[in-house]
Design a protein around this ligand. Structure first.
Ligand code: KIV
Ligand code: ZN
Length: 519
């Protein structure tokens, strides 16, 4: 259900992780990864999934169509600019969905109309009437967005909205595209639009806030207090530049401060942590430890005073329970003696449902890791499984790596075996340090023109035998991808991360290059 007609306090959660979120540099995902996220979002209970921008590339089109075809529950939306070519492509992509939406937009601020669109305001009004009516003929659910709405002239914005509703839009979205608004001002804008537009009662008003000043969530909630009943947001706040409003922060604020904000959502909050981990693992955008709700420290209590308070009463320093976001205090302690049943139960506890082959491969890696590591934490298993799943389409696979390093060698040396399209190849390369030598060996076995943009290592848990989780960002012909790898050996993790990124680039090479897009 996407229009809260029956319950005036029900807020529609419109997730745009797969569209605005994917527009973050390096966050691009393969079709399989997008499908996993879409299925997770359906389990999470969002109302609308914006699955992509179908005109952007064949890959985007295929992903939106496949999600529309296979993911049930939420309404599936696609984005389109205000022209018939975009709208046709979008309509075709969302058509298989049990409930579909075309989301079309155009800029309405003086700055954007003059410099970006080079259109007069009257031409923009005509484009709105034409694009919305055209979309409405192809799909019975049309959303219209005023790009840069928060910096638009309110009188002109009222005319635009009235036109869009008259042409058939049932959702009106007001973006704070550049994250410029402040809560009081943005809320007042939403309230005045709802009051002043004559036919506003025929549409659900929506907000879409970017986080350039760190106010995306506050602005979104101010919009709801002013009458908006749809929030556009992303998991972990992923999105263009500083990102979008974070879904988990919005949902948990509405739940925790229901006394002040008496609105509800359809989100099963116990799925939040699992979804956050999935998005972080797929995109390589690691969640900062002190991030609200889903950061590693969000429920950690370090200081003696806090620990003492917590022991006496959890409410002293916790305003919500870890369980409410799906952080379970583990009941199953895993180690090298754990068998298949215990491992399966642990995966269930962590929210992973693996098929038989994937389960067997994960179990073998778990046994291998348990042999080498004193203590196995949930984070170890999460890193291991995240590292393994979703590699079915990989053309390049890691086989083995030996390193000669240390202060007594002139140049570090890496001997590497990779399987490329099923055939094993081996080489030895040197470098300035073991990571450099490893990456040189990959380049020798699989020559390419991609350049390294980011190399980042973080320890999954405490202790010197912690697994390393490595992120590698590669760029080739304007395309950026992130790869991840996890292993107890930092160099093996680095090698896996580089190969993961290369595999993603290979998938991207087969897609058409995106046009210069403006969403
Ligand atoms: O930020 C923005 O204005 C957008 C629109 C396309 C909704 O993403
Ligand atoms: Zn946006």
């Amino acid at each position: 259900m996407t229009a809260p007609a029956s319950d005036p306090d029900r807020v529609v959660i419109f997730d745009t992780t797969l569209r605005d979120g994917e527009q973050s540099p390096g966050a691009s995902m393969t079709l399989g990864e997008k499908l996993r996220i879409a299925r997770g979002l359906a389990e999470l209970g969002v109302d609308v999934i914006e699955a992509g921008f179908p005109i952007a590339s064949n890959g985007d089109f295929d992903a939106v169509r496949e999600i529309a075809r296979t993911v049930t529950g939420p309404r599936i939306a696609g984005l389109a600019r205000a022209n018939r070519r975009d709208i046709d492509r979008c309509a075709e992509a969302v058509a298989p969905a049990e409930a579909a939406r075309i989301h079309t937009f155009i800029s309405t601020s003086p700055l954007h109309m003059k410099h970006k669109l080079r259109l007069e305001p009257e031409q923009v009004i005509d484009a709105i009437a034409d694009s919305v009516a055209y979309a409405r003929n192809l799909c019975d659910d049309v959303e219209w967005s005023a790009e840069d709405g928060s910096r638009s002239d309110p009188d002109f914005l009222c005319r635009c909205i009235e036109t869009a509703i008259r042409a058939g839009a049932s959702t009106i979205n007001i973006p704070d595209t550049v994250g410029y608004g402040v809560p009081e001002e943005f809320g007042a804008l939403i309230r005045s639009l709802i009051e002043r537009v004559p036919n506003s009662d025929r549409a659900v008003f929506s907000v879409h806030c970017h986080n350039d000043l760190g106010l995306a969530v506050a602005n979104s909630l101010a919009g709801v207090a002013a009458g908006a009943r749809q929030i556009e947001c992303t998991v972990n706040g992923l999105g263009e530049r500083a990102g979008n409003a974070a879904l988990e922060e919005i949902v948990m604020t509405l739940k925790t401060r229901h006394d002040r904000m008496p609105y509800t959502t359809g989100v099963t909050t116990e799925q939040i942590m699992k979804m956050s981990r999935l998005v972080a693992a797929i995109t390589g955008f690691v969640v900062q430890p002190n991030k609200a709700i889903v950061g590693a420290n969000a429920f950690a209590h370090e200081s003696g005073i806090h620990q003492d308070g917590m022991l006496k009463h959890a409410g002293t320093y916790e305003i919500m329970t870890p369980e409410s976001i799906g952080l379970t205090r583990s009941t199953l302690v895993m180690g090298k003696h754990s068998g298949r049943n215990a491992f399966r139960a642990k995966l269930d506890e962590l929210g992973y449902g693996l098929g038989d082959n994937a389960f067997e491969a994960a179990f073998q890696r778990f046994k291998d890791l348990a042999d080498r590591k004193k203590e196995m934490f949930d984070e170890d298993i999460i890193a291991l499984v995240d590292d393994q799943i979703g590699h079915a389409e990989d053309r390049i696979r890691f086989v083995a790596l030996d390193i000669v390093a240390g202060s007594r060698v002139d140049r570090q040396r890496a001997s590497l075996v990779l399987a490329i399209d099923g055939t094993e190849h081996e080489t030895t390369a040197t470098g300035n340090g073991p990571v450099d030598a490893t990456f040189n060996a990959i380049n020798a076995l699989f020559p390419h023109t991609a350049t390294l943009q980011l190399y980042q290592v973080h320890a999954v848990t405490a202790g010197t035998d912690a697994q390393a989780e490595v992120t590698v960002r590669l760029e080739e012909d304007g395309r950026t991808v992130n790869g991840q790898g996890a292993d107890i050996d930092t160099l093996v993790a680095s090698c896996r991360a580089y190969i993961h990124a290369l595999n993603k680039l290979l998938v991207k090479r087969t897609r058409t290059a995106p046009d210069a897009l403006s969403a």
